[in-house]
Write a protein that binds this ligand. Structure first.
Ligand code: ZN
Ligand code: ZN
Length: 82
């Protein structure tokens, strides 16, 4: 059992648990992720946007950013052919 971070009710720590009192998706809030920074690797809450230890961005690139980057690379390749 873990405590709901919003209302403090004891709730199951199983994945997908929703607090029966306040409806908070407890497992989503309390789930942990590892910092992607190889020199840091701190275990941080998935809810955080930045690692509290090293300050790097945790959510990483979203999909559109990756596509944008890929596109830039393709453009560069074409430019260099000229
Ligand atoms: Zn709650
Ligand atoms: Zn970090």
């Amino acid at each position: 059992m873990i405590k709901c971070p919003r209302c403090g009710k004891d709730v199951s720590s199983r994945p997908g648990t929703i607090c029966p009192r306040c409806g908070l998706k407890v497992s989503e809030v309390t789930s942990k992720a590892r910092c992607p920074e190889p020199s840091c690797r701190a275990i941080v809450s998935k809810k955080l946007e930045y690692c509290p230890k090293c300050g790097c961005k945790l959510k990483g690139y979203n999909f559109t950013e990756i596509i944008k980057m890929a596109r830039c690379k393709i453009d560069e390749t074409f430019d260099n052919k000229e």
